[in-house]
Ligand binder design. Structure first.
Ligand code: PEP
Ligand code: MN
Length: 272
């Protein structure tokens, strides 16, 4: 799409020929967990390490995240493996402190219509990933992006993560057509989160490949070294040891689509 504008975060362009992979656990839980995740995802070609430090949980008794200590661990692990970081920012007061730890500010599905937060991130000039509200139309999602853009921040990437339908076999329903439609409406990159749409790891591969096939500019995937022990979203986490094979499949399909998922750090080293 000729009018499409790439969003560049440090040295990484989202919306260019490379399909940008962002992966890691739902929540940062420990130093060991996030370091192991960083090692495997970087060697599989991911550019971003994901991990929530401030979690929006349905229940107040569920694990709420490690907070600022979590963000310090995320930065340490990402830096150790030359990754960038993406993490959810929950409120305006976190923005200034977050800059040291978070390269790409995620707005969660439950906050898509939190107008003060949209405007604050618009003023911040941090690159923003705007997840689609699971009960919101494409039109409402586009308008939410316009709140950020309207404050003078052009660096917005949209993320389709599934919407609520009558179907219960999956956690949400991935709205595939939303990807080209949002791209056309905004001229901005759109990425796909197969994990929250699937809800179960068994369906993550299908939705990952579907994301590649529908023209997503990136993928946001949850993976955990030991999903059975995960403190949040364990059922949908790809087992970390199986992540490289998933990336290889995505890479092959991306190639057929005229996109590239660069080889990971270790693979590149092996090729030299
Ligand atoms: C997440 O990425 O872990 C998350 C909470 O996603 P969403 O806001 O899409 O539910
Ligand atoms: Mn999650």
């Amino acid at each position: 799409m000729s009018s499409m504008r790439a969003v560049t975060i440090r040295d990484c362009a989202i919306g260019g020929p490379d399909l940008v992979v962002m992966a890691g656990p739902c929540a940062i839980e420990s130093r060991e967990q996030i370091l192991r995740a960083a090692e495997v995802v970087s060697s599989s070609g991911a550019r971003f390490l994901r991990g929530g430090a401030f979690k929006v949980r349905t229940s107040p008794t569920a694990f709420q995240g490690l907070g600022w200590d979590g963000w310090k661990l995320l930065r340490e692990a990402a830096d150790a493996f030359s990754l960038l970081t993406v993490s959810e920012i929950l409120d305006e007061e976190q923005i200034d402190g977050a800059r040291r730890y978070v390269d790409f500010a995620q707005i969660g599905s439950r906050n898509m219509q939190n107008i003060p937060l949209l405007k604050a991130l618009g003023r911040s000039h941090m690159p923003v990933m705007l997840k689609r509200g699971f009960g919101c139309t494409i039109d409402e999602w586009v308008h939410a992006a316009e709140y950020i853009l309207g404050e003078g921040n052009p660096d917005v990437v949209m993320c389709e993560r599934g919407i609520r339908t009558f179907e219960t076999a999956t956690r949400f329903t991935l709205d595939v057509a939303a990807v080209p439609i949002a791209k056309k409406r905004l001229g901005l990159p759109v990425i796909v989160d197969p994990s929250h749409a699937a809800g179960h790891r068994e369906w993550v591969e299908c939705l990952t490949l579907t994301g590649v096939a529908c023209g997503a500019d990136g993928l946001l995937i949850e993976t955990h070294p030991d999903p059975a022990k995960a403190l949040s979203d364990g059922p949908q986490a790809v087992v970390l040891s199986e992540f490289p094979a998933l990336m290889e499949k995505a890479r092959r399909l991306a190639h057929a689509m005229g996109r590239t998922i660069p080889a990971g750090a270790r693979l590149e080293a092996a090729a030299c």
